[in-house]
Design a protein around this ligand. Sequence first.
Ligand SMILES: Nc1ncnc2c1ncn2[C@@H]1O[C@H](COP(=O)(O)OP(=O)(O)OP(=O)(O)O)[C@@H](O)[C@H]1O
Ligand SMILES: [Mg+2]
Length: 231
Amino acid sequence: MSALRVSGLSIARAGLPVVSGVDLVAEPGAISVVLGANGAGKTTLLEGLSGIIPVTGGTIAIGGSEVQNALAGLRSRAGLAHVEQGRTVFGQLTTDENLRIGLRKGAGTDEAYGLFPELTQRRQVRGGLLSGGEQQMLVIARALLTRPKVLLIDEMSAGLAPVIVTRLMHTVRRLADEGLAVLLVEQFAALALSIGDRAYVMRRGRFVYDGDCGSLAKAPDELHRLYLGTT
Ligand SMILES: Nc1ncnc2c1ncn2[C@@H]1O[C@H](COP(=O)(O)OP(=O)(O)OP(=O)(O)O)[C@@H](O)[C@H]1O
Ligand SMILES: [Mg+2]
């Protein structure tokens, strides 16, 4: 069974359709990549999946249970976690406090520091003072502490040095290899396709490609055409 299965999903913003008729799956142990130009609707799609904004049509199933009408908290308990665009750390809270948000009383943060040892020496540093890469590690680690089955990640690489992006991508690949289903929204197409399994390209709220990452990685002209809609 797919960890996440989406059928015919539509989402509107300010009364205007932004995502239309999207079908996608995220499988345990695999990375599904969503590519697309600025404004295509990628963030809107993820926000509709996690329940930040309502959907206007279609179904969202997490582990076989439909959640499209459920509140965000219930989707989270069903196994969905969302790393939002823009590295949403709490700037005034320390790294440790950021990690403890949403954790059950007594639950530990060791796994987070195990995944990103770089954060260990930054434990007591306020989130706002961390580097961009450290902030991205922090929000990924925080999402994982909820023990999700499906992880949505929005624009992880934006504004980060290539060496950090590569490091984060390898970590995401390892998480998938350990059984997580990942839905990765990315502008950094080449690297995302190199670690991903299934690829989708979104243009003006619709998917115009649904296939494997390898084929798309070998066809940069095709990718360019899909992004821009030129033939
Ligand atoms: N809060 C909002 N209210 C109204 N329209 C919005 C809102 N947020 C986004 N939009 C519009 O929805 C469309 C899709 O935006 P979205 O942020 O989902 O795109 P994106 O693919 O994530 O782009 P980017 O790559 O720049 O992050 C755009 O036309 C945008 O202007
Ligand atoms: Mg976006």
